[in-house]
Design a protein around this ligand. Sequence first.
Ligand SMILES: Cc1cc2nc3c(=O)[nH]c(=O)nc-3n(C[C@H](O)[C@H](O)[C@H](O)COP(=O)(O)OP(=O)(O)OC[C@H]3O[C@@H](n4cnc5c(N)ncnc54)[C@H](O)[C@@H]3O)c2cc1C
Length: 244
Amino acid sequence: MPIKTFTLQLEWAEMITPNVRHLAFRTVEGEAFTFVPGQFIRIQFTTTDGHELKRSYSIATISSESDLIEFAAGYVEGGPATHFLFGLQPGDTMTASGPFGRLILKDEQPKRLILVATSTGITPYRAMLPELVARIQTHNMEIHVLEGVQYKRDVMYANDFLAAAKQQANFHFHAHLSREKETDLDDYESCGYVQTSFDTLQLNPETDIIYLCGNPNMIDNAFEDLKARNFEIKNIRREKYISN
Ligand SMILES: Cc1cc2nc3c(=O)[nH]c(=O)nc-3n(C[C@H](O)[C@H](O)[C@H](O)COP(=O)(O)OP(=O)(O)OC[C@H]3O[C@@H](n4cnc5c(N)ncnc54)[C@H](O)[C@@H]3O)c2cc1C
């Protein structure tokens, strides 16, 4: 898919957790922007002290439901892109380029696909939802989406994943709350780090393919854990959310 540079205009935005702003844009040229679910765009902006910066954001759009370009920006204290994106108002524009990235679904049929994320790292899997549901039907596979956040209030897009789980018995969604207390949890929630599901699910290098997205520490820890479980590196797909 060719990489393009284009202008995006903010259509609407809302806080979906106390720290995450979901933003929905249109291309102003009226051009269709195409991407493969799992890919990201890079935005370009000028900081308050006049520097030109770029930052990357995974596309969150569920393409069967929207023709907008949506993503979720997590709040980072003192971060320049955070300042820029949290201040954008409907009608404001910015330059972006893309699509980039290889955290996409391959043409393969593992017995189980395990999609692991921390916080906004969940967005590529949201974009994949129609394809994931279709693959369960055609490939007879099991899919587990594991979302790691700090508190119950931080869980993102639970309704989208729970709707897929309602539609397909082999689609499972679980939220891991690393700092929450054991009270008032929904049945898809539990306390602890997202990796605790690796034991519960009894991950198997013969049958499972794993995707990891989000916080670099989680990805490094999970990667070491999976290697110790004899996973081949080609069966562990990673996207680290670093500043670039
Ligand atoms: C491929 C890719 C996809 C990405 N997709 C997303 C996305 O969908 N949503 C999203 O919110 N971000 C995403 N990021 C991260 C994003 O590009 C920015 O780094 C992030 O929004 C912070 O930008 P900033 O300019 O506000 O702060 P930065 O200047 O990037 O960071 C300021 C300081 O905070 C640290 N920091 C950065 N992020 C975090 C964090 N999450 N928690 C704690 N400390 C942090 C940095 O190391 C730095 O020290 C992605 C990054 C990559 C490489």
